[in-house]
Structures are given as C-alpha cells and as structure tokens.
Design a protein around this ligand. Structure first.
Ligand code: SAH
Ligand code: F3S
Length: 459
C-alpha cells in the first residue's frame, strides 16, 4: 500500500457501456483511493489506466479494442504505465488479453474489484494479474462509491447485481453472473450519505430491479429453502421503493431497468402513492412478435406486455415510458417486424434505445440459431423503427407545450451558458433561462417549445 502523498500512484478510469458500469467505476475508484492511489483526469499523466468495458454488442467491443491499441503507443513512451481491463470484456475474454494478445497488465471481472489493490501489487512485481471469479453474494454493499465525475445532484445507487433471465441474445448473465440483491440497510446508508452531501436524486440500478428480493443475501434460487421467518421478513422491490420514498421525502427517486415479466402492480401502486418517485418506466420489450419473444426466451407475450402498459397508463396517467428494441433477431420475418411496428404504435413510447441484433459468442442464440437476417435488412428495419420512434417522441413532447413541469436543475445547458438543464418527472431534458436558481433546485418551468429530444421553457 502506498502512503506518502507525493508518491501516490495516479489512476484514471475510462468507462464504457451501461449505467451499472458507471456505478461500478465509482466502486473501483473508492477501493483504489482507500489503498493510497490517486484519481487523475488526464490519462497521459496516469500510472495506471483502467478501462471498464462492455460486451453487449460486437461494436462496443471493437471500439474498446481500438482504444486499447492506442494505449500500446503510450506504453512505449512510458514503460511504467500499466493498463487494466475491467468489466464485461474482462469476464468474457479472460486472460486472452494478457497471454495471447499481450495488450494489458491486469484483467478484472465485475465481481473481483476488491482484489484490484492486490492485483496491482502483483503487476508491480512484474507479474500478470487476472481475477475473473464470479460471486454468489458480492454486492459491494459496504463500499461508499467515490462520486468522481458526478454533478453533485444525481447519483446511481446499485441494488442488484447480475441477471438470471437468460435472454438468448444477451451476454450479461455470463459476464455479470447470477442475480443477487443488496442488503437494504446498506442501500439506505448510502442514500443517507448522498442526502448529507446535498444530492437530490437517486437512480436505483440493476439489470432487473423488479426482481429485487432481500431475505438475507445469496442467490435467489435459495429463497425456496429459506426459513419461514426469513420469507416473512423478506423485502421485495415495491417494499424497498416504499421504504426509500418514505424515508427520503426530499429526494427524487428513479429506477432502471424493469423487466416486463417481473414488474408487479405493487410497484405501480407504490409509484402512484409517492410524489417523489418519478413517473418514468424503462420497459424493454425487444420485439413485438410472440414468435421472436419465444426465441429470445423472454418470459412474456406481446399481450402480457400490452396489458402491463395499459395498467401503467391507468394507475400512472402521464407516466413516461421508454423501451429497448432489437431488429434482425434470427428468423425475424417482415411480418415479425410489422408486429414490432404495430406494438410501437400501440404504446407510443416517449423514448427508446434501438439496436441491430449482434451475435454474441457463448449465448444460447449463438449456439442454437443462425444469424440469418441479412445486414442490409437489419439496418433497414432499424432505420424504420428509429424513424417511427422519433415521430412518437416529437408528438409526445409537443403535448407538454403550455404545461408546467417540475424540473430538478442538474447543470448548465451544453448549448447555452445562460440556460439551466435538468429533467422533468418523465425523464425528459428541459432547458430554461437562468434566474436566481442553482443546481439542485426543483423549479416549476412553463414549457413553450421543443426540439426532437428536449423541452424548452421559462421558470
Ligand atoms: N436488463 C438490462 C439489459 C441490458 S442490455 C438493463 O439493465 O437494461 C441493454 C439492451 O441491449 C437490451 O435491452 C437489448 O435491447 C440490447 N441488447 C442486448 N444484447 C444484445 C445483442 N446481442 N444484440 C443487440 N442488442 C442487444
Ligand atoms: Fe440481458 Fe435479458 Fe438480463 S436482456 S441483462 S438477460 S433481462
């Protein structure tokens, strides 16, 4: 461990991919700070560069590989520089990085971050260091994430890790392991700490937050064998939400991601009960065709999904709804694609993340199905749904004109130093002229215009 301030080794972390990775980078930073390392913004001046990586689609991995190549040159200039790969690519490719490709010095999977200081010691001794062991109970619950890069107003709070769903296209269950829920006491303690530092909004994070279940830790499948008392005292996601919303009335609360098969009416009722839980649900569906959903091993039909959407609209009128969609999954026909469009027209989402299917080695789709939709058709279908989503987003944004929104100021607008930017209840970015407000203020803004993604108003 390094102690002298001047001798502190400097590290920088570059994060790719999902919010969970950004949250994990804060955990890694906290672990390193505790062990006498010092965070550094400029990687040209760093002793250690860590890339927290994403494997979700091939394109993500290619981008990261390019970045790694660029560090080869930097390493030639500075022979003391150490490069580490963290996250999903580390887990997926393991020591291939070190042994076969000789690109990096350190490879650490998502459940092994507590071991990074030991692994760095190994690297100092001239050894390669790898730890990609997945855990049944690691949630980093007792680590206070160091909020480097934070705006000081909004923060991510992880509540579950891993995923048990095994969607056939998805690499996450392999790279992040089995689903585990975090001890609610440590969640409440972290939010308390954020409150005391002036944070005003938290996003509860997990691959599948609705399946949160605390009964003392460990894998969910063991719940069947838990004692009656443990079962009676267990805490579901809706109860956790209720607890947090009651305890932190001045904090805005968001959560992501919800899985249609796990989202219960209790969650919707809890959202309706508390003004401080934001009215936005990210509800990935992936396809509007039952045939494709079955091939994807999604555990719901289009009809189940539509019923859930109807329930959301009934219990939470005006709730923002967003989605993830994949085009060109194996065996997707023009008719399946038409059904996806039909579903989008039914829901009229406010926002969406849309992707071309990218075959991931090791997944069930890779093993059992042929990636048989030609690239050109995948692209055409993607463009069609993006275009439709843009239309829906624009129509939905227009509905806000003339209305008032509560906006939590997060930062200065990127486009104008005389404007603030923040999000409304439905997670839509709102920009308005600065007055006597400051970041962290909750402001009533009258909307008078919109772009394709943003609302514009006056306070
Ligand atoms: N439940 C997770 C999903 C993570 S992956 C969450 O927290 O959001 C995010 C999205 O990436 C998925 O919903 C899916 O739409 C997309 N995706 C995952 N694997 C993919 C693949 N192999 N090809 C294309 N898109 C994929
Ligand atoms: Fe992936 Fe499906 Fe889980 S998309 S993260 S396996 S819910």
């Amino acid at each position: 461990m390094l102690t002298s301030v001047d001798n502190k080794k400097k590290y920088s972390i570059i994060t790719y991919g999902c919010q969970m990775n950004f949250s994990d980078s804060e955990v890694v930073s906290s672990i390193l700070n505790k062990h006498g390392y010092q965070s550094c913004d400029d990687f040209a001046n760093s002793d250690i560069i860590l890339l927290n990586t994403c494997s979700i689609r091939e394109k993500a991995e290619l981008t990261i590989r390019k970045k790694l190549e660029s560090f080869k040159k930097l390493k030639k200039k500075n022979s003391n520089l150490k490069v580490g790969v963290l996250g999903c690519m580390a887990e997926r490719l393991k020591d291939k990085f070190l042994i076969e490709e000789k690109i990096v010095d350190l490879v650490v999977g998502p459940d092994a971050y507590r071991d990074i200081p030991n692994l760095l010691d190994e690297v100092e001794l001239g050894n390669n260091a790898v730890n990609v062991i997945l855990s049944k109970d690691e949630t980093y619950g007792n680590i206070d994430p160091s909020r480097f890069n934070s705006n000081g107003i909004t923060a991510l709070v992880s509540i579950t890790r891993g995923c048990d769903n095994m969607c056939t296209f998805c690499v996450v269950p392999f790279t992040r392991g089995r689903e585990r829920s975090r001890d609610p006491k440590s969640i409440l303690r972290e939010i308390e700490e954020l409150k005391s530092k002036g944070y005003r909004e938290i996003t509860l994070l997990g691959q599948n937050v609705d399946s949160y279940l605390w009964y003392g830790g460990g894998l969910k499948k063991d719940f069947k064998n838990a004692s009656e008392l443990q079962k009676k005292c267990s805490l579901s996601f809706s109860k956790l939400l209720d607890l947090i919303a009651n305890k932190f009335k001045n904090m805005r609360i968001r959560f992501t991601t919800s899985n249609p098969q796990d989202m219960s009416e209790n969650v919707l009722n809890t959202m309706a009960k508390h003004k401080n839980i934001c009215n936005h649900i990210h509800l990935p569906v992936q396809s509007g065709s039952d045939k494709v959903l079955k091939l994807m091993n999604r555990k719901h039909t289009v009809n189940d999904y539509k019923k859930l959407i109807d329930k959301i609209k009934e219990i939470l009128p005006g709730c923002g709804i967003s989605h993830d969609m994949i085009t060109g999954f194996p065996n997707e026909t023009n008719e399946d694609h038409r059904l996806t469009i039909e579903l989008m027209k039914y829901v009229k989402y406010d926002f969406g993340f849309m992707f071309k299917y990218s075959e991931r080695p090791g997944t069930l789709a890779y093993k059992k199905l042929s990636d048989n939709v030609p690239e050109k058709i995948k692209q055409k279908r993607l463009e069609e749904i993006i275009h439709l989503q843009q239309e829906h987003s624009f129509i939905n944004l227009k509905k806000f004109i003339g209305k008032n929104c509560e906006v939590l100021i997060e930062k200065e607008s990127k486009k104008s130093a005389s404007h603030w930017a923040g999000r409304n209840d439905q997670n839509i970015m709102v920009v308005f002229p600065k007055k006597n407000h400051k970041p962290g203020d909750l402001v009533n803004v009258k909307i008078n215009n919109n772009t394709s993604t943003t609302l514009i108003g006056t306070s």
